[in-house]
Design a protein around this ligand. Structure first.
Ligand SMILES: NC(=O)c1ccc[n+]([C@@H]2O[C@H](COP(=O)([O-])OP(=O)(O)OC[C@H]3O[C@@H](n4cnc5c(N)ncnc54)[C@H](OP(=O)(O)O)[C@@H]3O)[C@@H](O)[C@H]2O)c1
Length: 413
C-alpha cells in the first residue's frame, strides 16, 4: 500500500479523493498498486466537504502528516506559495516524495527544490502545474535524454483563451466577455494573474527551464497580457483572416535563448487557431524527434486531479525519471534580439503619433478619412515592418503612451 498525505482539499484535492474512491480497486487489480489517502491537511477542519472522506483523517496541523512515517508521498494542492514551499522542503527532508500542482511554487523555487529532491533521491513531480490535465512534462523529460530541444510554444492559460475565443466568435468587448467568464467559472473574481499573463509566464518558466536546460527565471521572460485588447482589435484581426491567442514561447538562439508571453495573431489555418475556449496546447521541438504537439484540458477538477495521480502512480511503480532534470547550460538572454511584424493599436492618437510611427509602418489599418475628419484623438491601428521589438517599445515609450492606451500583438509568420 502506498500512503498519501494530501495537502489541500479544495477543487483539486476533492477531485483526487473522488478518483481514488472510484478507481482504487481497479487500479489495484491492473497495476498492483494500492493508493490510499491517509491524512488530509486543510485550514478549516469544520468546513462542510462535498466528498466521501471515509478512512481519511482530517487535520489542520502539518506536523501530523510530516511526523507520520507511514506516509510515502506528499501531494501538495493548497495553492499557497510560501507555506507550500515550507511543506515541500520539510517533506523532502523527512524522506517523503513530492507531487504538486502548484505552478507558483515550482516556478519560484524550481532549482532549489529540484536539487534537494535529487540529493535525497526522492521524486519531485509537478505534471499538473503546466497544462493542467495534459501530460507534457513527462514526455518532455523523456525526450531530453536523446534530443536537444530548441523550442517550446503553447497556449497555456484557459481563462485567456476562453475570453479571446468568445471575443472573436461573438464580437463582444473584453469587459463584457470577462464578466461572462467570471459568471461561468472560467475566470476568477480577481482575474489579474490570468489576464495579465503571470500564470502563463510561470508555466513558460517551468517548460523553458526543462526544455532548454538552462536557468530561465520569471524575470528573464518578457510579458504582455490580454487585458488591453478591444473589439476594434478583434475586428481588425479578423479582416486579416486571422485570430488572436496568448502564446508563450521560448527558443534556443545561437548561444542563448529568447522567452516571451505575448498576444499573437495567427492565421485561421494555423494549428493554434483551432485551440479554442478553455483548452490548452503545447508543442516542443527536438532535433531528432521533431515537433510534438499536446492538446487537452488545461485546468479543471478531474483532468488536473488525474495528472496529479498519474505522478503518484509513477512513484508507486518506481517508473519516474530519477535525478535532477534541470540542466546547467549557460544561456545568454537574447530577448533584445526579438524581431517580428507587429499589430499596434493606439487609442486617442494624434496626427503627430502617426507621423512618428511612419518609419516603422508597413500598413495603416485605419482609414485616412477617419484620421482626417476626427478633430480629437482617433483610434489608430498599424501593421509594422519587420522590426525589433525593443525598438518598437522604445518608440512607444517615447510617445509617452499610458499602458492601457495601446494594444500590441505579434503577427505569427
Ligand atoms: N483548479 C484548477 O483547475 C487547477 C488547475 C491546475 C493547477 N491547479 C493548482 O492546484 C492547486 C490547488 O488548486 P485548487 O483550485 O484546488 O485550490 P482551492 O480550491 O483554493 O483549495 C485549496 C485547498 O488548500 C487548503 N489550504 C489553502 N492554504 C493552505 C495552507 N496554507 N495550509 C493548509 N491548507 C491550505 C484549503 O483549505 P480549506 O478548504 O480549509 O480552506 C483548500 O482545501 C493550486 O496550486 C492551483 O494553481 C489548479
Amino acid at each position: 500500500m502506498v500512503k498519501i498525505g494530501l495537502l489541500g482539499l479544495g477543487t483539486i484535492g476533492r477531485g483526487i479523493v473522488e478518483i481514488i474512491n472510484e478507481r482504487r480497486e481497479y487500479l489495484k487489480a491492473a497495476t498492483g498498486v494500492d493508493l490510499r489517502i491517509k491524512t488530509a491537511l486543510v485550514r478549516d477542519i469544520n468546513k462542510k466537504r462535498d466528498v466521501d472522506l471515509s478512512d481519511i483523517i482530517l487535520t489542520d496541523n502539518f506536523e501530523d502528516i510530516l511526523g507520520n512515517e507511514e506516509i510515502d508521498i506528499l501531494v501538495e494542492v493548497t495553492g499557497d506559495l510560501e507555506s507550500a514551499y515550507d511543506y515541500i522542503t520539510r517533506g523532502l527532508k523527512a524522506g517523503k516524495h513530492i507531487v504538486t500542482a502548484n505552478k507558483a511554487v515550482v516556478s519560484k523555487y524550481f532549482e532549489e527544490i529540484s536539487q534537494l529532491a535529487a540529493e535525497k533521491d526522492l521524486a519531485f513531480l509537478y505534471e499538473a502545474s503546466v497544462g493542467g490535465g495534459i501530460p507534457v512534462l513527462k514526455p518532455l523529460r523523456e525526450q531530453l535524454a536523446l534530443n536537444r530541444i530548441d523550442q517550446v510554444q503553447g497556449i497555456l492559460n484557459g481563462t485567456c483563451n476562453y475570453i479571446l475565443t468568445r471575443m472573436v466568435n461573438e464580437n463582444k468587448e473584453y469587459d463584457e466577455v470577462l464578466k461572462i467568464a467570471q459568471r461561468l467559472g472560467y475566470a476568477e473574481a480577481d482575474p489579474t494573474a490570468d489576464v495579465k499573463g503571470h500564470d502563463t509566464l510561470r508555466k513558460l518558466r517551468i517548460l523553458a527551464s526543462l526544455a532548454l536546460q538552462g536557468k530561465i527565471q520569471e524575470e528573464d521572460i518578457i510579458l504582455y497580457g490580454i487585458s488591453n485588447i478591444s473589439k476594434l482589435d478583434v475586428e481588425n484581426i479578423k479582416k486579416m483572416d486571422s485570430t488572436i491567442k496568448l502564446i508563450a514561447e521560448a527558443k534556443r538562439v545561437y548561444n542563448g535563448f529568447t522567452a516571451i508571453v505575448q498576444p499573437t495573431i495567427v492565421k485561421n489555418n494555423n494549428y493554434f487557431a483551432n485551440v479554442n475556449m478553455a483548452f490548452n496546447s503545447i508543442s516542443f521541438t527536438g532535433n531528432f524527434v521533431g515537433e510534438l504537439k499536446f492538446y487537452g484540458a488545461g485546468a479543471g477538477k478531474d483532468p488536473t486531479a488525474n495528472a496529479v495521480l498519474s505522478d503518484c502512480l509513477d512513484i508507486a511503480l518506481n517508473s519516474y525519471r530519477k535525478g535532477n532534470p534541470l540542466g546547467k547550460e549557460s544561456l545568454v538572454n537574447l530577448n533584445s534580439e526579438l524581431m517580428g511584424r507587429y499589430y499596434l493599436r493606439i487609442s486617442k492618437a494624434s496626427r503627430d503619433i502617426l507621423e512618428r510611427l511612419e518609419d516603422m509602418t508597413k500598413e495603416l489599418l485605419t482609414d485616412e478619412q477617419v484620421i482626417k475628419n476626427k478633430k480629437e484623438g482617433f483610434d489608430l491601428a498599424i501593421i509594422t515592418k519587420l522590426v525589433k521589438l525593443s525598438s518598437l517599445n522604445d518608440l512607444i515609450a517615447n510617445l509617452g503612451l499610458e499602458k492601457d492606451q495601446y494594444f500590441l500583438a505579434k503577427i505569427m509568420e
